[in-house]
Design a protein around this ligand. Structure first.
Ligand SMILES: [Zn+2]
Ligand SMILES: [Zn+2]
Length: 327
């Protein structure tokens, strides 16, 4: 526990990386380009055994013939073993890390990227993620589930082969305190209120579909930051219906294609924010997706103060994305 910032830090004790083991070299380029890729089809024995997959009916688990695979991460600080126990020695407070960290390998092809996928593949990926989310939520030790994706050097991705990750952790990160605060003060959901106001203002809306709204948020920390928000109030990604999931697959591919084109192939992160699980929590959570292009490296002021400087106003970002989407 970082006592000064009041935040947990996860320290992986099983896999100590030596200076030469990090994916980025000092010149700022990938050193893993030609490294052996364990996510390609035919190399299933190089990952942990799959926990779920979309694969041809006549194919066996952990063999070729798959479309999408979910495998526990090899390099994780979390293992679903034992109970959560904490330890305190003087000022040092820590706890064990019962949790589960899985990788969703989104395609058997090394060179195919998320924004190039068909709607059909995206629908299958989202369906598999919903299934894994529900499964992880069944374990009482897991208190929060984060779905995320790192794409490109500046996103923190260590492998290039297209993949997403889902992690169930034993503590609630409490990274969205405004949601529960707003609900307790106004007795309504902040995200639902944001949807109403943004629809009225229009200038930060990128796209609206039957079930979702894509906006560049008013207080964007990062240039060209975008959110995909379900219009119907729901706390967890796993609440998504089949019809909503089909719509999300279509609009997210359409948006990502436009985003990658208009920002000249950037690194980016995606995160799906949810309510906690297996714990009593205050009302006010409404799940949504944050898409963060990594066009600049976090600077000293931002690291020290948490005060981000964004040189591209969200109104401008939204108009550029609308144009890129042909709207
Ligand atoms: Zn590969
Ligand atoms: Zn809501």
């Amino acid at each position: 526990l970082d006592l000064i910032r009041g935040k947990w830090v996860v320290i992986s004790t099983d896999f100590a990386l030596k200076p030469a083991d990090f994916p980025i070299n000092r010149n700022g380029s990938y050193i893993s380009n030609n490294r052996f890729c364990p996510f390609c089809e035919g190399r299933e024995e190089h990952t942990t055994p799959e926990v779920a997959a979309c694969r041809a009916q006549d194919s066996l688990p952990n063999s070729p013939g798959w479309d999408i695979r979910a495998v526990p991460s090899k390099y994780t600080a979390f293992k679903l073993e034992g109970q959560l126990h904490s330890c305190e020695t003087g000022l040092l407070k820590s706890c064990s890390g019962p949790g589960q960290h899985e990788v969703i390998i989104e395609t058997p092809c090394h060179d195919q990227e998320l924004h190039q996928f068909s709607d059909d593949r995206m629908e299958k990926i989202l369906t598999l993620i919903r299934q894994r989310y529900l499964q992880l939520a069944e374990d009482e030790r897991i208190k929060y589930i984060q779905v995320y994706k790192n794409r490109g050097l500046f996103s923190g991705a260590s492998l290039e082969h297209s993949h997403s990750q889902i992690i169930g952790i034993p503590v609630v990160p409490n990274n969205t305190p405004g949601l529960t605060k707003y609900y307790s003060e106004n007795n309504k959901c902040l995200i639902c209120s944001i949807i109403e106001e943004e629809k009225a203002a229009k200038q930060r809306i990128v796209y609206e579909s039957l079930y979702f709204l894509i906006i560049c948020p008013y207080a964007s920390r990062f240039s060209y930051e975008s959110w995909i928000i379900p219009k119907e109030h729901a706390e967890h990604f796993s609440d998504i219906t089949d019809a909503q999931l089909k719509d999300l697959a279509h609009i997210s591919i359409k948006f990502l294609k436009a985003m990658v084109d208009s920002l000249d192939n950037p690194s980016y992160n995606m995160g799906v924010n949810n309510a906690p699980v297996n714990i009593l929590y205050e009302k006010g959570y409404h799940w949504y997706i944050e898409i963060t292009p990594r066009l600049m490296v976090t600077n000293g002021l931002e690291l020290a103060t948490g005060l981000y400087i964004n040189p591209a106003a969200p109104e401008l970002a939204a108009s550029i994305f609308r144009e890129a989407m042909g709207l």
